[in-house]
Design a binder for this molecule. Structure first.
Ligand SMILES: [Zn+2]
Length: 291
């Protein structure tokens, strides 16, 4: 087994070396020889180096060179974090979406591309044998925006956690409130915050901030956790950097709104690499006497 692993590592090293040479010769993706199928390699958007797709997947979609963390689909995240046998909750909430020009088309397209019904997926299951309730937001579904259904699912899950005395873990990832639902989407901020507040009187709520967590989600349940974790270099904030700079007429620090900046300011408790998340969550749950 070890031999196989070493051999694969050698092959990967050889491949990476040749890719590096390509990187040196040109920064153009088109320079990849035609005989390498396009779906075998991808280019890291952060360090611009070529990565074997297989290796990227094996690394939980993290760049092996610069540790850039790619954005996961909700199902991918669940599969990385949860033990087998989890159960999805509230998938088919009955709701008549508001009529807004082009909204239905956008929703339909998001449903088709992600094979999900909404921007958040809720599940009950176990993490290393410990019972938990987990919600995962998905940036691939209308930028993880929070409308009525998303807010309702988060609220129902928090209420269930309180009732069943289970810990709640939310993976936040969102562009903010869903503008197509207007004021109804903003109501979700207060509703989710209230449900989380009630849960926290008795239970445990851990939030993992992932790239990006912004707008109405960062200003509601994503900022209210007992323990706040974040993935490296995640963008976390309320309004965009440029908007703030124009408003206050000042230049903001380069690292502004990054997980590292916010850790330094005390907003985040710990930055955790994706491959360590399951272990860290398990330790935190055990520390709070969940078995
Ligand atoms: Zn990279």
């Amino acid at each position: 087994m070890e031999n196989l692993f070493n051999k694969r590592k050698e092959l990967l090293n050889e491949f990476n070396k040749s890719m590096e040479e390509l990187n040196i010769r040109t920064r153009d993706r088109k320079a990849i020889p035609k005989e390498i199928p396009d779906n075998l390699v991808l280019k890291c958007p952060n360090c611009q180096r070529f990565i074997l797709r297989d290796e990227f997947i094996m690394e939980h979609q993290v760049c092996p060179y610069c540790r850039w963390h790619g954005r996961l689909k909700s199902k991918e995240r669940i599969q990385q974090i949860m033990d087998a046998g989890y159960k999805e909750l509230f998938r088919d909430l009955n709701y008549e979406y508001p009529d807004f020009p082009g909204y239905k088309e956008k929703l339909d397209s998001a449903k088709t591309t992600t094979e999900e019904e909404e921007s958040v997926m809720c599940v009950s299951g176990k993490i290393n044998g410990i019972k938990v309730l987990v919600a995962v937001m998905d940036s691939h579904f209308m930028m993880g925006s929070m409308g009525v259904v998303c807010g309702e699912k988060i609220t129902l899950l928090a209420e269930m956690a309180e009732k069943k005395k289970l810990p709640l873990i939310i993976f936040a990832c969102s562009g903010g409130a869903r503008m197509q639902e207007g004021i109804l989407s903003l109501f979700q901020m207060a509703k989710t915050a209230q449900a989380i507040g009630k849960l926290r009187e008795k239970g445990l709520y851990i939030c993992v901030l992932t790239d990006p967590t912004t707008g109405g989600v960062s200003a509601s349940f994503a900022s209210l956790a007992d323990i706040t974790l974040a993935e490296p270099k995640a963008l976390i904030g309320f309004a965009g950097k440029r908007v703030i700079e124009k408003t206050i007429k000042e230049v903001l620090p380069k690292e502004f709104q990054s997980a590292e900046f916010l850790l330094d300011k005390g907003y985040i408790d710990r930055i955790v690499e994706r491959k360590e998340l399951k272990d860290v969550l398990t330790k935190l749950l055990k520390l709070h006497n969940y078995k």
